[in-house]
Design a protein around this ligand. Structure first.
Ligand code: SF4
Ligand code: SF4
Length: 283
């Protein structure tokens, strides 16, 4: 999912970003998901926070570690690990925000060490699983404790007729949200490039959003000061470039230079995800 960068406080400075697909398991089954495996796929591992902290320390850098998945709050020791990391580094989350662990998280983690919490609003699953009230409760809790939280739903072309209903539902609960472009195939059409201008207007998505997925030939910081991490800790520049850069439990070796995007499609354009680090690569 493309996430436009959110406001960063001036004292939230870091040198590098690891986007960690920390678990490919999830308690939801969204039709448009590309980040999870089947329930019988990979297991959910606890994070070895001692090895993790040693690896980060050895680089001499301050990190932003963003947890995504799957659902990161399924990791048994996600809160303890977050506590360890935030003593020195920063974290961020992509989460469906229904975990009962959110309560404890809100009490023990300092909001200023959390760059943002991207609360994914998966309406169909939230309604089917009767978890919308949990989402709303957790959202208000984190917001009231000064976490930089925002809600975003997928502009799923299959849900066009429900847009007004979703908007009125959340307006009633005092939660603003935006739609992020759907990345995938629907009725034999590829998205986001197949949205009509009428659909873009209904979802309030701009052509800038759509163009962000088209990065071929553009400069990118993947592998230079940003990288993705697999559930088992293997590090590579991005989901499309699988060059090994180490393992989060052993060592990390970033490339010495930025690169020019070789991929026809990018699901994670880093100049949009983290313009702060992107601009840092120029200095
Ligand atoms: S909540 Fe996210 S990870 Fe889970 S099924 Fe839905 S899109 Fe996939
Ligand atoms: S696909 Fe291209 S633009 Fe996207 S992160 Fe990888 S190198 Fe960067």
């Amino acid at each position: 999912m493309i996430v436009m960068e959110r406001v960063r406080n001036k004292n939230q400075n870091y040198d590098a970003w690891l986007h960690w697909n920390v678990s490919s398991q999830c308690n939801f089954s969204c039709d448009y998901c590309f980040g999870k495996t089947s329930p019988n796929g990979t297991s959910i591992f606890s994070i070895d926070s001692i090895k993790l902290m040693n690896t980060l320390h050895d680089t001499g850098k301050i990190f932003r570690i963003s947890f995504t998945g799957g659902e990161p709050f399924l990791i048994p020791n996600i809160i303890e690990t977050s506590q360890q990391i935030t003593k020195k580094h920063f974290i961020s989350f992509n989460t469906n925000l229904v975990s009962p662990k959110i309560q404890e998280f809100s009490k023990v983690i300092f909001p200023e060490r959390v760059l943002n919490i991207h609360a994914s609003l998966h309406f169909n699953e939230l309604i089917d699983k009767k978890l919308l009230s949990r989402f709303i409760e957790n959202f208000h809790l984190l917001n009231s404790r000064d976490f930089n939280i925002y809600a975003e739903a997928i502009a799923d072309p299959a849900d066009l007729e429900k847009i007004d209903y979703y908007r009125s539902l959340m307006l009633k609960e005092g939660i603003k949200f935006t739609f992020a472009p759907f990345y995938g195939k629907h009725k034999n059409k590829f998205y986001p490039q197949s949205y009509t201008s009428e659909e873009m207007k209904l979802f309030s998505i701009s052509s800038e959003h759509i163009e962000a997925f088209n990065q071929k030939g553009s400069k990118c910081i993947a592998g230079f000061n940003a990288a993705v991490v697999s559930p088992k800790g293997n590090i590579s520049p991005c989901f499309q470039i699988q060059q090994p850069l180490g393992n989060i439990y052993e060592s990390i070796t970033f490339n010495e230079n930025t690169l020019y995007c070789p991929s026809n499609n990018c699901a994670c354009p880093l100049n949009y995800y983290d313009s702060y680090l992107f601009n840092k690569s120029k200095s």
